[in-house]
Design a binder for this molecule. Structure first.
Ligand code: MRU
Length: 370
């Protein structure tokens, strides 16, 4: 089984004209890269979760913005800016909840707006490629830093730690290393024996099975003692005393520390509180949206009913015509969160003050005024 750290989730092709994505809908059975340069294909890849995970869709969005901007056949900067605005809005419409997508698009567009008077269109295209590369490369370092802070918590628990996670916030969800799974990659780098020192429990994560298909694959491929469990088994495992700590990723954290993550996360947090298990959220600072005060402001993506009733089943398993609830994310209340691990350090409550002390501020938004 290929170590997932060797796979490139998102990358710009050598010719600098195409986006190459690892198609995550096929994992763990097939490792296939797909290449694209059309707006509709990039939109579809993000919508269909071929690329997924908040930081990874940020990187895909940034490269998508550059690739489509580079195709524009105009030397007129006003026309270029107007067309780039449409590109940004179109890509951003693919998924609403993870702020990293709009954050990356806003960052790309911010460069364009700030430097458009000083550059020709040709120079600007190169500048946009540099910015997309910077977003990608920074994400690798950010994930490593999150992993290093998370590993300090594992060291306090000691070798043999039991870790639970929900969804996939691993290397597949970022440029490399991941957020919630990064501490385990760092532990292995530091010499921990994956099979004996780390025991990772992955919630399967209904309905799209990111935990069963992706997290358990990543962790097992790294040699870690890995278990997959149905989402409704989390309480059983926590009660059994096997879980020392919970690491989850997130799609958007608001100023007060509420956060959106994959549907089911809030239930895990509630159960963890009951059993007194520390619950940590792993968040690049780009996921912290200081323009929103509380989680009530976050728009939750609603997805197709077939994901619940048909996908993964040989035959449709619920009666035709039945109503279906399929929110892709839920919001966990900050009171259930022990700490938020960022690349700048671990924030503890009260979160707003902690974020401000870390220098995390609201960013200018051209899109994503939810
Ligand atoms: O719908 P998905 O698979 O994109 O949801 C992903 C998650 O909820 C992750 O936990 C989150 O994006 C953090 S990834 C580092």
């Amino acid at each position: 089984m290929e170590n997932a750290l060797n796979l490139d989730t998102v990358r710009l092709a050598e010719n600098k004209k195409e986006l190459i994505l690892l198609d995550q809908t096929l994992l763990p059975n097939e490792t296939k890269y797909i290449t694209m340069d059309k707006a509709e294909d990039i939109w579809e890849a993000i919508y269909s979760l071929r690329v997924r995970g908040a930081p990874a869709i940020g990187c895909a969005g940034a490269y998508g913005y550059y690739i489509l901007a580079d195709q524009l056949e105009t030397d007129n900067m006003d026309i270029f800016v107007a067309e780039c605005t449409k590109i940004m809005e179109y890509i951003n419409s693919s998924r609403p909840t993870a702020v990293n997508l709009s954050w990356a698009l806003n960052r790309m567009h911010g460069v364009l707006m700030a430097e458009k008077e000083q550059k020709t269109v040709a120079e600007m295209k190169l500048r946009l490629m540099e910015e997309a590369d910077a977003i990608y490369n920074e994400d690798i370092q950010i994930s490593r830093n999150i992993g290093t802070y998370g590993f300090e918590l594992l060291e306090k628990i000691g070798k043999g730690a039991g870790i639970m996670t929900h969804c996939n916030a691993g290397t597949l969800a970022t440029a490399k290393y991941g957020t919630a799974l990064a501490p385990m990659y760092i532990a292995i780098e530091k010499g921990w024996n994956p099979k004996e020192d780390l025991h990772v429990y992955c919630d399967e994560t209904r309905p799209l099975l990111q935990g069963a298909r992706l997290s358990s694959y990543e962790m097992q491929a790294a040699g870690i003692d890995t278990y997959v469990q149905c989402d409704n088994m989390a309480s059983y495992t926590m009660k059994s005393g096997k879980i020392d700590i919970i690491f989850v990723g997130c799609d958007r954290v608001t100023a007060n520390g509420d956060f959106a993550n994959k549907i089911g996360t809030s239930g895990v947090a509630i159960i963890a509180k009951y059993y007194g298990i520390p619950f940590y959220v792993c968040a690049p600072s780009s996921t912290i949206d200081m323009t929103m005060e509380t989680g009530d402001e976050i728009r939750i993506e609603q997805r197709k009913p077939e994901e619940v009733t048909e996908m993964w089943y040989k035959e449709r398993m619920a009666p035709e015509g039945v109503g279906v609830v399929n929110p892709a994310f839920d919001v966990t209340d900050n009171s259930l969160v022990t700490g938020i691990i960022t690349e700048k350090g671990i924030a503890y409550p009260p979160f707003k003050e902690a974020f401000e002390k870390m220098g995390i501020r609201p960013v200018e938004k051209f899109v994503d005024k939810q």
